[in-house]
Design a protein around this ligand. Structure first.
Ligand code: ARG
Ligand code: GLU
Length: 708
């Protein structure tokens, strides 16, 4: 890059940084360098209000919901709000054709009607602290990567053990800046979490997969839960004797209005970003990885969709599976577009040139950092074809079919030393299963696997099938004859007492063996290869990010998201998706009525909602123009995991719940564009309107603190 172009680029960065969004997901205990900017943008509180060890702070009102969403407390009685799509698995699990909460919604009309959820947990952060020194002691001198990782693990174990001794807490240590910094997290986990309310899918999932990742948006994406604790306010397994948890903090809900340019902050659990990705890795995402994964899911989604259209029971069975399969599938499509539009590969190449130049200015740097770029170049080259195969196995074998999931549960079952009688997993599995659907997915995906992947990366089990005369027929036979796919036979077999006999019978099953052999090949051969190279790549990133931090010591570089609590801030604002088009920052109920179309499943507006609209019966929840606000966009840097995160105003009140990103900005996991990246949130006024006017559950409002 010429000097002029560098300064033009820097100028551009500088301008955008001052006028619009602020890229970054910041560590809540390290906001000292951000707070001035936050206050300049309108924030009225201090870092202590966000995170404090000694006093109750916002972080005490926020939980990791399940394994990958965020939730927050909105009452002193443990009432919690998250997205509808985060509670979807639970709502679906309670649904049958007779009690179809997905379609009709669910509202507990008093506490005794709240529904417990096996397997669901919420996790609070008690404390976090920098433990880099303790973790890294004695690791610098170890040159062997495996030994170094082992030493880190040892240090981690001794720190976490000490941290939670004599408590009921849990502890983990997580790397930041690709392993240049480490934090200890002490957490408290509650497992008695009950479903309190959810709107019908026609509201909570309004627009469905058609509108997913898109603006303008009209989804009432929320559900309500309540955390229960024992009589001393400590976590306890489900018991009718448990009482509502009394949190240290909860969020007041502000309904006084949201204006363009208002300060907003999102505080939650972003999952993964890859800001420091090397150029060739970005190229692989755009040219190979995203297209591969999209093509595989195309096939799977098509099969599910056809079956779901034909039959209502199938639609319920596959609703959650369809939603989760289509979500990333659609995001990857937006990501490819965004990365291409930003010319991301070239931007990375230019950044790497600037980096090389910086390295080459002193011999010391050359010595320390001179190998970084050539190593990336070499290793990414080496990994490309293994990466392709790995993506195929991941999508097709490990995430592809229900049959594989059952295979894996059976493998664990027969691996038990003492036979347990717990075979509930069979019932659960088959509740959401339909043979034809899964069989079709199995046959078409396995065919893709052996057709698209180079022979030297095919498991012998796959090779064997591909060489048969009529592979399709073979696959059908393999599937249909297997005990894995027969509920009755499995129930029968697994309730026998003789574990050895069960084991023998299962291990003789041909589909079981097919999965087992494919899996062994994957881990012993393919993944082992991949992992060796990946370890070297990871280690190289560690040095790279260390160097980048040194090179940019006057700037603030944020660590990639890693499913730990982060703060991101920005403003309420719309954007320009394309030349000549401007998007306003909010939507209203009018837009729902505009989209109404009973013929289209995603846009079938419930009659009651139409009636409330006709009567303009909006209570206190309308804006000053008399419209009922539904969703809004802002420039907060968010990612998957931020779903359900509180969107907080300048006074620390809840004004929205984050649930999505705009289509034009989905590449922000790899490259953020302040002009186009917007998060999408549900306006709290729409939530209150629905609970109050639509559901008639206004008793729930009594325990909330509503600021007007
Ligand atoms: N895109 C949002 C997220 O990443 C919402 C997903 C759920 N909605 C859906 N239609 N699949 O989680
Ligand atoms: N819907 C996403 C989630 O489940 C949040 C959207 C995003 O990826 O930004 O976390």
């Amino acid at each position: 890059m010429t000097k002029n172009r560098i300064s033009a680029l820097l100028l551009l960065l500088f301008i955008s940084f001052n006028t619009v969004a602020r890229e970054g997901m910041w560590i809540p205990v390290l906001l000292d360098r951000n707070i001035a900017e936050m206050r300049e943008m309108g924030f009225k509180l201090n870092t202590d209000d966000i995170y404090s060890v000694n006093n109750a702070s916002m972080k005490d009102a926020i939980v990791l919901f399940g394994r990958g969403c965020t939730g927050e407390l909105i009452s002193p009685d443990g009432l919690l709000i998250t997205n509808h799509h985060c509670g979807y698995g639970q709502i679906q699990a309670h649904s049958t054709v007779e009690y179809d909460y997905l379609t009709n919604g669910f509202w507990a009309m008093n506490r005794s009607e709240e529904l417990p959820n096996e397997g669901l947990s919420v996790t609070f952060l008690v404390e976090m602290r920098d433990v880099s020194t303790e973790i890294l002691t004695g690791t610098d001198s170890i040159s062997d990567e495996t030994l170094r990782i082992q030493k880190i693990r040892e240090n981690t174990n001794s720190i976490t053990e000490k941290a939670i001794k004599d408590t009921h807490y849990e502890a983990t240590v997580k790397p930041f800046y690709e392993g240049n910094q480490y934090f200890l997290f002490i957490t408290e986990k509650f497992t008695d979490v009950r479903l309190v309310g959810a709107p019908p899918s026609a509201i909570g999932k309004f627009g469905g997969d058609t509108d997913n990742w898109m603006w303008p948006r009209h989804t009432g994406d929320f559900s309500l839960f309540r955390i229960y604790a024992d009589s001393t306010n400590k976590p306890a397994g489900y018991s009718p004797d448990n009482v509502p948890y009394q949190p240290k903090r909860y969020f007041p809900i502000n309904i006084s209005g949201i204006e363009k340019n208002d300060f907003t902050m999102v505080f939650g659990y972003p999952g993964t970003t890859q800001q420091y990705l090397y150029s060739d890795a970005v190229r692989q995402v755009v040219e190979q990885r995203d297209p591969d994964r999209i093509a595989i899911r195309d096939v799977k989604l098509f099969t599910m969709r056809s079956a779901m259209k034909a039959d209502r029971a199938t639609r319920i069975k596959y609703a959650a599976k369809y939603a989760s399969t289509s979500n990333a599938w659609k995001k990857w499509q937006g990501e490819i577009k965004g990365l291409k539009r930003l010319n991301a590969v070239n931007v990375k190449l230019e950044e790497e040139k600037a980096f090389a130049k910086w390295v080459n200015t002193t011999p010391v740097r050359q010595e320390k950092y001179g190998d970084i770029l050539p190593t990336f170049e070499k290793k990414y080259n080496e990994i490309a074809s293994v990466q392709k195969a790995k993506d195929y196995y991941d999508e097709i074998i490990f995430r592809g079919t229900d049959a594989y999931r059952m295979y894996y549960q059976l493998k664990q079952f027969i691996g038990q030393k003492e036979k347990t009688d717990d075979i509930d997993f069979i019932e659960k599995h088959f509740k959401d299963y339909k043979t034809e659907v899964d069989l079709n997915i199995f046959v078409s995906l396995i065919k893709m696997l052996y057709s698209d992947i180079a022979i030297d990366k095919l498991a012998p089990s796959l090779l064997e099938i591909s060489e048969k005369n009529n592979p399709k027929k073979q696959l059908e036979k393999l599937y249909s004859k297997s005990i894995i796919n027969s509920k009755e036979n499995l129930m029968d077999l697994l309730s026998k007492n003789d574990i050895d006999r069960i084991k023998k019978k299962i291990e003789k099953d041909k589909l079981y063996r097919f999965f087992d052999e494919t899996r062994s090949y994957y881990f012993d051969s393919l993944y082992a290869n991949y992992n060796n190279v990946q370890k070297e790549i990871d280690n190289n990133y560690k040095t790279y990010v260390k160097a980048l931090l040194e090179m940019n010591e006057n700037e603030m570089l944020f660590p990639d998201a890693n499913l730990t609590m982060r703060v991101t801030y920005g403003k309420v604002e719309g954007y320009e998706p394309a030349d000549g088009v401007e998007y306003r920052h909010y939507t209203t109920l009018d837009g729902i009525i505009e989209k109404d179309n009973p013929e289209i499943y995603d846009y079938n507006v419930p009659e009651k909602l139409k009636q409330l609209h006709r009567e303009q019966n909006f209570g206190n929840y309308a804006n000053h123009k008399g419209e009922l606000p539904v969703c809004f966009t802002a420039s907060n840097h968010t990612t998957g995991g931020n779903s359900g995160s509180p969107v907080i105003n300048s006074e620390g009140h809840l004004i929205g719940i984050n649930f999505d990103r705009c289509w034009e900005g989905t590449m922000s996991d790899i490259m953020f564009d302040p002009e186009k990246c917007r998060n999408i949130s549900l306006d709290m006024r729409y939530m209150l309107f629905l609970v109050d006017k639509f559901a008639g559950a206004s008793y729930l409002l009594d325990e909330m603190e509503i600021v007007r």
